[in-house]
Design a binder for this molecule. Structure first.
Ligand code: ATP
Ligand code: MG
Length: 164
């Protein structure tokens, strides 16, 4: 069903703000609205996973969520100023049960399933998740989902104009 991105993000952010701010981190939100075709609860679960990870692996600075409405897709970027992820682990962190084996991350618990599940949910929605990270500087996880817009409506709208 059609989901309003701004509403979904607002609910998620309200829920996670105490987690982030109680750790002394600033929580920066920047959202462009759009509609997506999605199971809102599942997408919310992905954002919760990404923001909880960002908080778990950051000791100072910020955690942020930036949503951009591009012509075809919506991107949700969750970034942090945390410990970062080694280049060699960037693909592996999406594997079930994989956790980066450093003393800093070993201090935290979890099952290592969050990112595997998150990527499955993204793919099930016709999207994906990518990762950019720098050791000691931070990480940015980007969830991309197809945008639902007037061109997707079968009758009228941009689609028929383009076809004509
Ligand atoms: P779970 O989510 O199941 O509670 P988890 O958080 O360890 O456990 P994932 O969310 O799948 O599992 O993350 C896998 C691993 O990727 C983490 O254990 C950590 O080593 C690394 N990781 C994930 N997000 C970040 C991040 N924002 N900064 C640094 N490392 C990260
Ligand atoms: Mg996790």
């Amino acid at each position: 069903q059609p989901v309003e991105v701004a509403t979904l993000v607002a609910t998620t952010v309200d829920q996670l703000r105490p987690l982030v701010e109680n750790k002394g981190l600033s929580f920066n939100i920047d959202v462009q609205d759009a509609q997506i075709e999605a199971d809102a609860k599942r997408i919310q679960q992905v954002l919760i996973n990404l923001i909880s990870n960002a908080t778990k692996f950051t000791e100072e600075g910020e955690v942020g969520l930036r949503v951009e409405a591009l012509p075809k897709v919506v991107t949700f970027t969750v970034y942090d100023t945390g410990i970062g992820i080694p280049e060699s682990e960037v693909q592996q962190v999406f594997e079930p049960f994989h956790q980066v084996d450093s003393s800093a991350s070993r201090r935290h618990n979890g099952t290592g399933l969050g990112l595997a599940i998150s990527r499955d949910i993204a793919i099930a929605h016709g999207g994906n998740i990518s990762l950019k990270s720098e050791i000691g500087k931070g990480s940015a996880f980007q969830l991309t989902l197809p945008r639902l817009d007037i061109a997707d409506v079968p009758t009228g709208g941009r689609a028929s104009l383009a076809a004509g």
